[in-house]
Design a protein around this ligand. Sequence first.
Ligand SMILES: NC(=O)c1ccc[n+]([C@@H]2O[C@H](COP(=O)([O-])OP(=O)(O)OC[C@H]3O[C@@H](n4cnc5c(N)ncnc54)[C@H](OP(=O)(O)O)[C@@H]3O)[C@@H](O)[C@H]2O)c1
Length: 312
Amino acid sequence: MSSKPSPDASRTRASLPRVGFVGAGRVANALAMGLSAAGYPVSAIASRSSKSVRKLVGRLNASGNTQAIETDPQAVLGHADLVFLTVPDDALVATAHSLQASPEQSIVHCSGASDVDVLEGLSTQGALTGGFHPLYLFAGLEDDAQRLAGCSITIEAAQPLASTLREAAKALRCKAISIPAGQRTLYHAGANLAASSLLCVLDEAVGIWQQIGIAEADALEALWPLVMGTLASARQKGLPGALSGPVSRGDDRIVARHLEALDSLGSDHAAFYAALTQRAVALARRRGNADPETDQALTRIDDMANQYSRKS
Ligand SMILES: NC(=O)c1ccc[n+]([C@@H]2O[C@H](COP(=O)([O-])OP(=O)(O)OC[C@H]3O[C@@H](n4cnc5c(N)ncnc54)[C@H](OP(=O)(O)O)[C@@H]3O)[C@@H](O)[C@H]2O)c1
């Protein structure tokens, strides 16, 4: 990852939109600091508590890149051309409903899960509305803006707002990706699978090892290099290319023994493994280079896993 956001040489400071934030938490701090470092005038901040606004305004003004003021949510819209609603998801609808927008003003939220439609009242007033979702887990660290560099930001907006947001993503040294209107729920489910669901698979592995007497800490220490190596390999070779293990080799006898052993533990251990095994078969097939014998073994594995996944 690269270090600091830098001004985009192609845009002068005067031509960049004035930026405001409603909600002064983790995302607002990272975006405000990143955008101001990139030359954007971050002009006004509002939040629920004065404490969090003052902290962010203090950081911005101390950086020497911009001059921000503390104000109330409605006044942010008077001071900014591009407003980020960075409140928690459950406060988004109420916050959006409390605001009166001017035509051509740009107002976006940063939630991955909430529809852009939650800003419909503002678009009815003539504002340009959209979604600007950074695919990054903000921990509230001082250098979150620098850590964000190299990540992707998912944009849902019509033109001309889409271009404005793509430029903002570029200024943050992020890659902009677009999703069609109305597809946020599936988009967010996919992101959740890639992040939290990975942890659940690892938790299942650790739990199984615990059942044979390996302590959680020891299990995790032993598994980390395997996990990180697999992810590094997948990044290099692609998902089908990085697949290893018995499914990858078409070793149906080993898979049968795994399923039997997991089934003997009760609960849904075998069903969970079986569902993942069927996905592994699909990945192995996507490599497209299986000889007829391996291909037959993959079919046997798929049938066997199907039976176990139906047992749950
Ligand atoms: N955290 C992440 O990793 C992450 C990643 C991508 C996207 N997002 C999205 O970004 C948005 C903001 O998340 P966050 O993590 O920055 O949340 P956060 O750290 O909890 O900050 C939210 C901020 O909004 C303020 N606030 C709460 N209710 C408010 C209201 N009714 N009016 C005005 N301000 C209010 C909070 O209160 P105080 O003023 O009392 O501090 C706080 O400063 C969410 O939509 C979230 O889904 C988060």
